[in-house]
Write a protein that binds this ligand. Structure first.
Ligand code: GLN
Ligand code: ZN
Length: 767
């Protein structure tokens, strides 16, 4: 009998109940009892829905008030000094202070000073963000938080068979950061393991039979010391009186395969969606006593599983493994929207192709049943239906567009290549644009005021006519242009008032994209994102931005920069197709955006910026896979940017500064100008230029837009002063480090006044 289980379920709720309760609690509109009740009700509902779907062993410990890594830090007592209160146990407010920071007045009459939140960072290659544990050289771990045990009790009281989920000790340490005096966090392992022993002991005493230890770092390139530590750690944990399933996901085990299969635990989970090729080797090398859990239903996307294909693997596995075969989603369903049934506006055909977390549980359960009872009528019916929907998709004219495919097939190497090399283009652009040295610009958006949001909402609800909406947005554009002229900026932007979101705005205007109403996925804390779904071949039926940009250009003699989102970012922040490679989808997007670039040029726009905010986050987890990604991602950008004349200047923008690893590919994108974040890292980026001379122009962000602080002129002059040491002055631009949409107008104007003054000073200094 194959066993159906799940690695974790989304906690946010099908109507984002947790989000709403958290925000009400933070505003003081809901008390702690109300918040706790919301959590309890969600857990109960989620266990029930998984069980009803046919999941036999339910996850506990996947619920978190803010983030599961933060939950572990509390459980382990890894609470940085600034959040600790003498003689008192951590409370929910400790947890929220660690997550969100707290002002000085929040407790003890301000006696403790402001508490800066822990750092937030991306969970592997997902769009989920976790709170980075902080370790000190004298770090002690002690059991400080009872949530896991309470939730186990709660589930058992409801009559469920449960499998608690813990982040494994190596992955937990890997995710954290050393603070203060220098040391190696791996040295903390010996102190952490006894606590794992204690926790496992308590779970066993609660009657738990299986525990899941998530060790996704086994899919990364690990230093030898960490590999060795795995053996040591699990040898010690071996004695805990319950069974352990080590879960890996997001990539293949590759060189850690031997290590993973031979750990002294009772079972191993592997991701066969991301890394199907590892299956035969794992099966061959798995010790005969071990459970093998196969993740065959994609936990990271929204498509129905190809059940026949999955069964092809599972039937063979069942023959070899018998009872030792478990079936699961590839990873925790945290990364899936909750329940497709909630969608009331998708057409039946499209809806039939999709599966969210609830449906994915049903697929897992069905697969388990199909392995054991291939002839059961309900199995046959479900498989037939699944076959039919895949067949209809494979033929559907909604998906397969011969024109798009023919156009892609006709793309040649020249299409991804500007007419002349940068030096020649720069000359032509200099003559045409007549900009001063250290030209000033901004990254695109200006403050998204509530007036803008209200107008957009009213328009969407049909309460504002198209003409009135256009006028409202044009008046915002006039305002933005006006302000920029008064400030004396050199290259202006229209301000992006008409855009809700830099991906959704374009996705809504492309053919091949669909939108859900409730397809929310947790990003961090109470924040959720609702990615658009790429379901078919992508094309642009008509211009998307030309009217707005041309209107803005008509208001000024200065150069107006057109603003687009690039193909890689469009892809990374959408749910992609599974029936077409990511690179093919990026190329389709590239051609659609290329059309827009060319239309902007034809409308007289002389500078066009193509944002690639997600370029770096698309990097695969394993270095060996980087080059392939960088090649197609770079090519997609070039394809969309290369259809213009030499004298049209292409900008790109990226929101981070960790370029050292990928600087050559960034250069290969061949944008005339790149603007990047550097102010927060104090021009750390420039280290990348030590070894590699970036050939084109660059605007290293001179101030951090993530805070309302107004930087002074001297500060910005000093930052560019550092840059001038590595990059010739004639290739430097002066700009903030990202868009200004989250800021208010007063601080925006004050900061830009200082920025323009900084550029003038620089011109005088380096003329
Ligand atoms: N042009 C966009 C803006 O200014 C860029 C945003 C981003 O890179 N995240 O808002
Ligand atoms: Zn940015």
């Amino acid at each position: 009998m194959a066993l159906a289980h799940s690695l974790g379920f989304p906690r946010i709720g099908r109507d984002r109940e947790l989000k709403k309760a958290l925000e009400a609690y933070w505003k003081g509109e809901l008390d702690e009892a109300g918040l706790r009740e919301c959590g309890r009700a969600l857990r109960a509902a989620h266990w029930q829905v998984q069980r009803d779907a046919g999941i036999e062993l339910l996850p506990v410990g996947d619920f978190a008030w803010y983030d599961q890594v933060l939950g572990h830090s509390l459980m382990f007592g890894a609470i940085p000094e600034r959040f600790r209160r003498e003689h008192s146990r951590p409370t929910l407010d400790t947890l929220f202070a660690m997550a969100r920071g707290a002002s000085a007045s929040a407790c003890c009459g301000g006696a403790h000073g402001p508490q800066v939140a822990q750092e937030l960072t991306k969970w592997f290659d997902t769009n989920y963000h976790y709170l980075v544990p902080e370790f000190s050289v004298d770090q002690r771990f002690q059991l400080s938080w009872e949530q896991l045990f309470e939730e186990v009790e709660e589930a058992r009281a409801l009559g469920h068979a449960v499998k608690p989920v813990l982040i494994g000790p190596l992955t937990y340490l890997w995710l954290g950061k050393e603070k203060g005096e220098a040391f190696d966090k791996l040295d903390l392992l010996e102190r952490l393991l006894p606590l794992y022993g204690e926790i496992l002991g308590r779970l066993a005493a609660q009657g738990v039979e299986w525990v899941q230890l998530d060790e996704p770092i086994l899919t990364l390139d690990l230093p030898q010391a960490w590999k060795n530590a795995f053996e040591r750690a699990y040898n010690l944990l071996q004695h805990a009186p319950l069974k352990k399933l080590v879960a890996t996901y997001f990539s293949g085990l590759e060189d850690n395969l031997g290590l993973a299969v031979s750990l002294p635990v009772d079972g191993l989970h592997v991701d066969l969606v991301r890394a199907p090729e590892q299956y035969p080797t794992i099966l061959d090398r798995l010790p005969a006593y071990k459970v093998l859990s196969l993740g065959v239903v994609n936990g990271r996307n929204v498509w129905r599983c190809d059940l026949d294909a999955a069964l092809g693997v599972l039937r063979g596995a069942a023959e070899r493994l018998g009872e030792r075969l478990w079936i699961a989603p590839s990873c925790s369903l945290l990364h899936s929207p909750v329940d497709l049934e909630r969608e009331d506006r998708l057409d039946d055909e499209l809806k039939g192709w999709l599966a969210f977390a609830v449906q994915k549980c049903e697929e897992v359960a069905l697969l388990a049943r199909a392995v054991d009872h291939p002839e059961a009528p309900e199995v046959e019916a479900a498989l037939a239906a699944n076959r039919a929907l895949h067949a209809s998709r494979a033929r559907s004219p909604r998906i397969h567009k011969p024109e798009v495919q023919a156009r892609l097939a006709a793309v040649g190497a020249d299409d991804a290549q500007r007419g002349s090399p940068f030096a020649r283009r720069a000359e032509l652009q200099r003559a045409r644009l007549a900009l001063p040295t250290f030209p000033t610009t901004t990254i695109g958006s200006f403050p998204q005021t509530s007036a803008i949001r209200l107008a957009r909402q009213a328009f969407k609800q049909g309460k504002l006519s198209a003409a009135d909406y256009t006028e409202a947005m044009q008046s915002e554009i006039r305002h933005a242009v006006n302000v920029q002229e008064r400030l004396g900026l050199d290259v202006l932007v229209h301000g992006e008032a008409e855009r809700n979101d830099m991906v959704e705005y374009f996705a809504e205007q492309l053919d091949g994209y669909a939108f859900t109403r409730f397809g929310w996925v947790q990003s961090y804390g109470s924040r959720c994102v609702k990615p658009a779904v790429i379901y078919g071949d992508l094309s642009r039926p008509k211009p998307m931005t030309v009217n707005w940009i041309a209107y803005a250009q008509g208001l000024t003699d200065k150069t107006m920069k057109g603003m687009l989102t690039g193909p890689v970012t469009m892809l990374m922040w959408s749910f992609p197709r599974e029936d077409l490679s990511r690179e093919a989808q990026a190329r389709q997007l590239a051609l659609a955006i290329r059309d827009e670039v060319q239309d902007l040029e034809a409308a007289g726009i002389r500078i066009i910026q193509i944002d690639e905010a997600a370029f770096r986050e698309g990097l695969p987890l394993r270095r060996a896979h980087w080059q392939h990604y960088l090649d197609w991602a770079t090519e997609a950008f070039r394809l969309c940017a290369s259809g213009v004349r030499d004298e049209t200047q292409i900008h790109t923008h990226m929101c981070y500064s960790e370029f050292n690893d990928v600087i050559e590919s960034i250069a290969a994108m061949d944008a005339d100008v790149i603007t990047i974040e550097t102010s927060r890292s104090d021009m750390e980026l420039l280290d990348a230029f030590e070894a590699f001379a970036y050939p084109n122009a660059i605007g290293p962000g001179v101030y951090d837009i993530h805070s309302p602080r107004v930087p002074d002129t001297a500060e910005m002059v000093a930052l560019i002063g550092k840059a001038v040491r590595r990059i010739p002055a004639e290739r430097l631009w002066v700009n903030p480090d990202c868009g200004l949409k989250t800021r208010g107008w007063p601080e925006t104007q004050a900061a830009l006044v200082n920025m323009v003054a900084a550029a003038r000073q620089l011109r005088a200094q380096y003329a």
